[in-house]
Every structure is written in structure tokens, then in C-alpha cells.
Design a protein around this ligand. Structure first.
Ligand code: AMP
Ligand code: MG
Length: 517
């Protein structure tokens, strides 16, 4: 049995209207709403680490009372069901009230170590924030969220977690590419877990409505519950808190760039104040290194949220948060420091991460040119990012051999065309590494701790989805298992580390996704 302490409900104002119909919610931060029961819930997958951390026995999790709760059919003792109110900037424009349109909280639980977690069902039916949508999620996007959030955790990237993936036994209708072809798809519910799901948009909405009292209440609550170290220091608390959010966001962006993750929809309502990766939608993983790549078809024209622009967009989002907080800031200057801090932390952590990826003991100023040059080459020659870094570690710096990297190239013709440039670059890189005088074994071990062997390539997720839709869950479980040790070579699992097959280059789900999940 879990212990629940539903502090958000207790300390923040809720909506007086308790009926479940779409509406504008003012003067409140949450609305009570029950999940809509589903026909035939089945537990497709669960995270044993997450269950353990919460203090739930794995067998209990698979028992009917838990599966019913994880499907939204019943509440366990202590749970409370509600959705929260937030706004957001979507694709650069203020979108007014959004809110948890298809996420319903089950409350806050505290584990034996005193850690607090919010539990949230994604896809559990309509809420007052659903506008005209159904509040549901399809199996394909739920598999993607379940596998990717767990994979990110094991990669060491801050993220919300997934406790469970439950198929509902009900169909959901989706027009996957918004082109007038709606189809019925199997539905699912993911139980997500995080210390806090509070987003930038939670602050933007009351600020946009001039509701200073509500904004102040939410800031005080968030600092007290989610940033207790800051709560004790009343002086310049708002500014210090914003600096902390900027720092966490900068670190998160470096992680995404390090592992080749593209979120796809970095709207301000999808930005966590804890600096967690949140809201897995049309995300993707970089196969061939392409700074302009985006998995999101909705963003194909503007490429606002493409791989290379993520750090810049995160900063833009922080500026929107700063504007919202400025409504209650005693001094405007307080928030400027945070943005400068973002730039500093991003630059510093990027250098640290990429020095490690390239095998340098520490960053030197002259490394910038070396790295820029290889980024250009990787792009022109269509080289796989994950394989490139992993194979680089295998190169003997006394006698660099380009053939070792061949597996990372998508086109033989481009390999041949750029071979000379790569050989020249490898000579420079090898000389740089040799100048450290570090034993190769130590360097290789360090590189392999930051350069994953296994990531959730889009085509892998899609294959697991295709098979699950035929009733075969084996690949979901196998992927989940492989991605628990992303930095270790796993004999027999080479297929999961291979570059994207040619059939997947332009296939829906593999290189193109929409928000329609
Ligand atoms: P997203 O782009 O998934 O972060 O969603 C943006 C907004 O649309 C949020 O307020 C979501 O809750 C809402 N939303 C997305 N899909 C649905 C859905 N199927 N039903 C209700 N609301 C949704
Ligand atoms: Mg969202």
C-alpha cells in the first residue's frame, strides 16, 4: 500500500465547478476529475526500477486492483484524481489556456526514503482542459513514451518516468497526419511519475490573466515543495529560483545534444521547472547527424524545434517564463541573471560533455575548431551520430584507421567521397588525444560512459509498435531490457545498435511523426 500526501490539492486553490465539461478555469490551479473507465485493461509493461523506488511490489502491480488503478478504472486508498491548469506558447505563439487535457493525476505518494512523487495517468479520458479532444492516447504513442522515458532515465538524462503501460481494450480514432484519413487504433494509458509535473506554462497562465495572487501562491508552493533548499532563504528567492531553473534547463539541453535526442514539441507547456524531459510526443533520435532534422511533421516547414535549435529554443522558453515571473518580481533585474547563467552553464557543460565524448580529459579552447570541423563532415557525409562516437573510441590513436568508422556511414558513395577529409580529421583528433598522454584503456572506458551504444532509434520503436499491434509484446520487453544498460556492449543484441535500415529512411513513425498521438 502506498502512502499518499496530496499537498498540491491541499495547498493550492481548486476549481469550484466539479462537473467534467470543457471550460476556462480561473482563479484555480486544478480541477477535480475522475478518469473515464476502460473496457478491458491489460498491463503490457511496467518499470521494475520505478515500482521499486515507489515501494510497490512488482507482483502487486500486476494484480487486478493495481491494474484497474493504472487504467483509470478505480482509485486506490489515498489517491485523488485531478487535472491541472496551465497555458503555454506553442510554436512561438501564446496559446492561452491549455491544461492537462489528457492527463489525470492520482495524487502524490511518499516512499520509504521520504521522496515525493506525483503519479499521473496519460490518456485516461477527458478533463475540463480537453477542449474538443477525447483525452485519450493511442497504443503507439504510449509505447513510445513508456520506452523512451525509461531509456532516458538509464542514459542519465533527467526525465519523467513511466511506471506502467496499460492497453485499454478500446479503440481511439486518430487522423495520424491530419490528412482526412482517421482510423481506429488501439488505446492505452501510461502511468507517469515525477517529483513534479509543474511546467513553465503553469506560471504563464495566471501571469497572462493578471492574477498576481494566484501566481504568487503557485510560486511559493513550487519552491516550498519542489525546491526546498531555496525555501529557507527569503532574500531574492524568486531570482535564485529562476537561476536554478535556468541551470537545470541548460544541463538538460546538453544531455539532449549529447545523446542525439530531439524532443519535437518544445512548447512552453512542455517545459518542466525541474529540468526534466517531459511530454514524449513526436520526439526522435538523430540517426545520420543532421542539425536541421526534426521528427515532427507539424514542424517540417519552420524547423523551429529541430536538433540544433533546441538550446536556443529552451532559452526562448526561459525568457517567456521570466516575463511571467516578472509580474511579481520585486526588481526586474532579478531575472536577467538567470538567462546569463543559462548561457554560461550551457557553454560550460557542452564543452565538458563533448570533451568527454571525443575522449579529451578536459576541454581546451582550440578544440572548438576540431569539433566544428567534424560536425560539418558528419553532416555532409551522412554519418550516424551514435555509431560514430561509439566507434571513435575503438580507433587506435597511434595508427588511426578510417575503416573502423565505415559502419557509421549510410552511403558508400559518401564514405568514399569524404574519406580523405575524414582521414585528415582523424590525424588531428588522434594527435590531440595523444597530447593528453593518457592510457588508452582509461580513455576508452570514459568515452563509453558518455557515448551510448543503444538508443531508442525511431525505427526500433516503430518495429516494437507494429509487433505489439499484432499482439506480440516481445519486442517491447526486449527493447526495454536492452535500454536498461545503454552504455554496455550486449553480445547478441547487435541488431539494436545497428544504423537505421534503408526502408525506414522516409517511413511514417520512423522519420516522421505528428502530434496526433
Ligand atoms: P501536447 O502537444 O501533447 O503537449 O498537448 C498540448 C495540449 O493539448 C495539452 O493541453 C494537452 O493536454 C492537449 N491534448 C493533446 N492531446 C489531447 C487529447 N487527445 N485529448 C485532450 N487533450 C489533448
Ligand atoms: Mg504537453
Amino acid at each position: 500500500m502506498l502512502y499518499f500526501d496530496n499537498r498540491l490539492l491541499r495547498e493550492l486553490p481548486g476549481d469550484d465547478d466539479t462537473r467534467n465539461h470543457p471550460r476556462q478555469v480561473r482563479g484555480a490551479l486544478w480541477s477535480a476529475v475522475m478518469p473515464t473507465p476502460v473496457a478491458a485493461p491489460r498491463l503490457f509493461a511496467h518499470s521494475r526500477e520505478m515500482a521499486q523506488q515507489l515501494g510497490v511490489d512488482e507482483h502487486d502491480l500486476a494484480s487486478p486492483p493495481w491494474v484497474e488503478a493504472l487504467a483509470g478504472n478505480a482509485l486506490l486508498p489515498g489517491m485523488a484524481a485531478y487535472a491541472t491548469c496551465y497555458g503555454g506558447h506553442q510554436f512561438g505563439n501564446w496559446a492561452r489556456q491549455l491544461g492537462d487535457g489528457r492527463a489525470i493525476f492520482l495524487g502524490e505518494t511518499i516512499n520509504g526514503a521520504g521522496e515525493r512523487f506525483e503519479l499521473q495517468l496519460k490518456g485516461a479520458g477527458p478533463t475540463p482542459y480537453s477542449r474538443r479532444a477525447d483525452g485519450r492516447a493511442v497504443l503507439r504513442s504510449s509505447i513510445r513514451e513508456f520506452l523512451c522515458s525509461e531509456a532516458m532515465y538509464h542514459l542519465g538524462v533527467p526525465t519523467t518516468r513511466a511506471l506502467s503501460l496499460v492497453a485499454t481494450g478500446e479503440a481511439v480514432v486518430r487522423d495520424m497526419f491530419y490528412d482526412g484519413h482517421p482510423v481506429e487504433e488501439p488505446g492505452a494509458v501510461v502511468c507517469r511519475v515525477a517529483p513534479s509535473f509543474i511546467r513553465f506554462g503553469h506560471f504563464e497562465l495566471p501571469a497572462s490573466r493578471g492574477d498576481e495572487a494566484l501566481l504568487r501562491q503557485l510560486v511559493d508552493f513550487t519552491i516550498a515543495r519542489d525546491f526546498p533548499d531555496l525555501a529557507a532563504a527569503p532574500d531574492e528567492r524568486l531570482g535564485r529560483w529562476f537561476v536554478e531553473i535556468c541551470e537545470r534547463t541548460a544541463r538538460l539541453m546538453v544531455h539532449w545534444m549529447r545523446v542525439g535526442f530531439v524532443h519535437g514539441v518544445m512548447n512552453t507547456d512542455n517545459m518542466s521547472v525541474l529540468g526534466l524531459t517531459i511530454d514524449y510526443g513526436p520526439y526522435g533520435w538523430v540517426d545520420n547527424f543532421d542539425p536541421a532534422w526534426t521528427p515532427n511533421t507539424t514542424d517540417a516547414d519552420g524547423r523551429r524545434y529541430c536538433f540544433a535549435r533546441q538550446p536556443e529554443i529552451a532559452r526562448w522558453n526561459l525568457e517567456r517564463l521570466a516575463e511571467a515571473l516578472a509580474v511579481i518580481a520585486p526588481e526586474a533585474g532579478e531575472l536577467v541573471l538567470g538567462l546569463a547563467h543559462y548561457d554560461d552553464v550551457y557553454a560550460r557543460e557542452f564543452r565538458r560533455a563533448f570533451a568527454a565524448k571525443f575522449g579529451f580529459a578536459a576541454w581546451r579552447d582550440e578544440d572548438a575548431g576540431l569539433i566544428e570541423d567534424v560536425f560539418g563532415l558528419l553532416q555532409q557525409a551522412e554519418v550516424d551520430m551514435t555509431l560514430f562516437f561509439r566507434l571513435l573510441a575503438a580507433i587506435d590513436v597511434e595508427a588511426p584507421d578510417l575503416d573502423i568508422l565505415q559502419e557509421a556511414f549510410y552511403r558508400q558513395e559518401l564514405f568514399e567521397r569524404h574519406a580523405g577529409d575524414f582521414v585528415a580529421w582523424l590525424q588531428r583528433w588522434a594527435a590531440r588525444v595523444r597530447s593528453e598522454g593518457e592510457p588508452a584503456l582509461a580513455r576508452v572506458a570514459r568515452m563509453n560512459l558518455v557515448n551510448p551504444r543503444y538508443v531508442l532509434r525511431n525505427c526500433l520503436a516503430q518495429q516494437a509498435i507494429d509487433r505489439a499491434q499484432q499482439g506480440d509484446l516481445a519486442m517491447i520487453h526486449e527493447l526495454h531490457e536492452v535500454l536498461r544498460k545503454p552504455y554496455q556492449d550486449q553480445p547478441g543484441r547487435e541488431a539494436f545498435a545497428a544504423r537505421r535500415p534503408e526502408w525506414a529512411r522516409h517511413k511514417a513513425g520512423c522519420s516522421m511523426l505528428s502530434c496526433s498521438s
